[in-house]
Design a protein around this ligand. Structure first.
Ligand code: SF4
Length: 294
């Protein structure tokens, strides 16, 4: 039996919204021979390639989708014009908008209806933030941080909503900067806690193990952040994209390993790492069994 203990982080990998979107995408490919996805479903090439092999191609706009066929709205959501175009062109629209994202869209629409100036705290180029603006009738303004308040005209009645991945301290800074300037402020804290929960659980695991393995794309911002916070605990940390990058020598003198994963890392990739770690530990513990015959 292996002497290696492996500690997995429960919140690691896909969040609820991404899992749900993937399930809807898989069901859509079973129902339709061809489905268009409005933008890549998630930032994981393997998953996108796999869906493509099953008939799901990625398009930029609903106009590229043939009349009468099927299309999927990903977890980031889409503006009302997309739903309207789908209706007009009899496209079967499968809506995988994350319910937490939907909540932001609804809050923005409500505030716009009540004649507030709507500020969306988020990334200007991010499709989720742009769809939120569209749900506010296009009257909302995306703001990336409090310092941008100086470059826009701020009315006396302002409502703030946030892109779901924003940080609480960025929202707090914006609220503090707005309060002294205006007569009325409404705030919908629409931050989703999937990211912060994953980070907290990862720190807690890193504090209990000898080695931390972080799985996810080298270009994935949230995975790099996980690796960074693991290293900050002082625990040795290795960031890998897949199980074949694991090295036997990393396990020298190691009795417990923690595994965590970024938001776009599929559960199969995490399981493959766990199995490979156990194999490497077995080789370490019984080196004689794995030596090639003379
Ligand atoms: S809002 Fe939260 S649960 Fe939904 S997709 Fe985004 S991170 Fe995932």
């Amino acid at each position: 039996m292996s002497t290696l203990k492996i500690m997995g982080v429960d919140e690691a990998g896909f969040c609820f919204g991404v899992r749900r979107a993937l399930q809807l995408a898989n069901e859509a490919t079973e129902k339709h021979p061809e489905v268009a996805c409005l933008g890549p479903l998630i930032h994981n090439r393997q998953v996108v390639d796999d869906l493509r092999a099953r008939g799901m191609r990625v398009v930029e706009t609903i106009e590229e989708v043939p009349r009468g066929s099927a299309a999927l709205v990903r977890a980031h959501g889409a503006g009302p014009a997309v739903y309207e175009a789908a209706r007009e062109r009899e496209i079967d629209l499968i809506d995988a908008t994350c319910p937490f994202v939907r909540r932001v869209q609804q809050a923005a629409a409500r505030f716009a209806e009540d004649s507030y100036q709507v500020l969306v705290l988020g990334e200007r180029e991010h499709p989720e933030a742009q769809a939120i603006v569209a749900h506010a009738g296009g009257h909302a303004t995306i703001i990336e941080n409090a310092s941008e308040l100086d470059s826009i005209r701020v009315s006396d009645r302002v409502a703030v909503v946030c892109q779901t991945t924003q940080r609480l301290d960025t929202l707090q800074e914006l609220v503090s900067a707005l309060l002294p300037r205006i007569a009325e402020l409404r705030v919908a804290n629409t931050i989703c806690d999937a990211t912060s929960k994953r980070q907290k659980a990862t720190v807690s695991a890193a504090q209990q193990v000898d080695l931390m393995i972080v799985i996810g794309g080298y270009h994935s911002a949230n995975t790099n952040r996980l690796a960074q916070i693991c290293r900050a605990t002082g625990t040795r940390t290795e960031h890998i994209e897949s199980a074949d990058e694991l090295r036997g020598e990393w396990l020298e003198g190691v009795s417990t390993v923690g595994i965590t994963a970024g938001a776009s890392t599929p559960p199969e990739a995490v399981e493959a790492v766990r199995r490979r770690l156990l194999d490497l530990a077995a080789e370490r513990d019984q080196p004689g069994d794995t030596a090639p015959p003379e």
